[in-house]
Design a binder for this molecule. Structure first.
Ligand code: DGL
Length: 275
């Protein structure tokens, strides 16, 4: 029998905190251990091989720290590394452990949300190039047409605390206009990057009112609860004391300072090296 532990939540940087806070809201009794690879972020422009290598190191570290279930709360890592980790790494590490991504949970509910059956995705270059969203959507809803737009400036703007600046308005407006120019029937836009909820107000302002803008946290939280209900054997491996701890590959001071953009609680954070 494996020893129960916290649910591991991994992101390349701070963006996964938007997912974590939603999961905690829905599942306050569970323990969480968040790992941000802040020293090596962003992943969005990195190759498949590098994103896989970094993500695999992070997953092993979370397993070593006692997690039996790890959520990749990063679209880029989910798009580029999840499948290989599930198919190649897990059978070698321990087939009873689990790693889940956030792309499938985000698109699962799409069928009830779009009326025109035309959907837009805003995400990092890596996620858009991987085609993970269109592929995942086609599997569940073959009648939905998907258009994507890479927004390479958005993560650096958020990580540099520029979310509220006028310069950011320019980049937000430009990418939304580009996306809508690709398909004028879009009635639903998915924010396919965990950083983008920080830009939500600006994104909403640049998007015509009739178009819905979907953030992932709510859906990922709902889907995780559903998963644990369907998998009681994994649920018993998740401890429930309501704690939340943080690990970062950057310095603790830097993590604390930037995490406050995403998470306003006082946080317990330690530095960790991935290898
Ligand atoms: N948080 C990552 C995602 O959701 C983007 C940040 C990065 O490029 O590392 O895709």
């Amino acid at each position: 029998m494996l020893t129960p532990g916290p649910i591991g939540v991994f992101d390349s940087g701070y963006g996964g905190l938007t997912i974590l806070s939603q999961m905690r809201e829905r599942m306050p009794e569970y323990d969480f251990l968040y790992l941000g690879d802040n020293a090596r972020t962003p992943y969005g422009t990195r190759s498949f091989e590098v994103v896989y290598e970094f993500t695999s190191q992070a997953v092993r570290t979370l397993f070593d720290m006692g997690c039996q279930l790890v959520i990749l709360a990063c679209n880029t890592a989910s798009a580029k590394a999840l499948r290989t980790i599930q198919q190649i790494d897990l059978p070698k590490i321990d087939p009873r452990k689990r790693v889940l991504g956030i792309i499938r949970p985000t698109v699962e509910y799409l069928g009830d949300i779009t009326s025109t059956r035309h959907v837009g995705i805003l995400a990092t270059s890596g996620t858009i190039k991987s085609q993970s969203y269109p592929l995942e959507i086609k599997k569940l809803f073959p009648d939905i047409t998907v258009s994507g737009e890479a927004c390479p400036m958005w993560v650096p703007l958020v990580e540099n605390n520029e979310a509220q600046s006028e310069g950011t308005d320019y980049f937000v407006g430009r990418h939304i206009d580009n996306l809508l120019a690709k398909d004028d029937k879009i009635d639903t836009i998915i924010l396919g990057c965990t950083h983008y909820p920080i830009l939500y107000d600006k994104i909403r302002r640049h998007t015509p009112e009739h178009i819905k803008v979907i953030t992932q946290g709510e859906y990922v939280g709902r889907s995780l609860m559903n998963y644990l209900e369907r998998h009681p054997e994994m649920d018993v491996l998740c401890t429930k004391q309501g704690t939340c701890r943080f690990l970062t590959t950057e310095s603790v001071e830097i993590f604390r300072q930037y995490a406050s953009i995403f998470f306003d609680n006082d946080i317990d954070v330690k530095s960790v090296a991935l290898k």
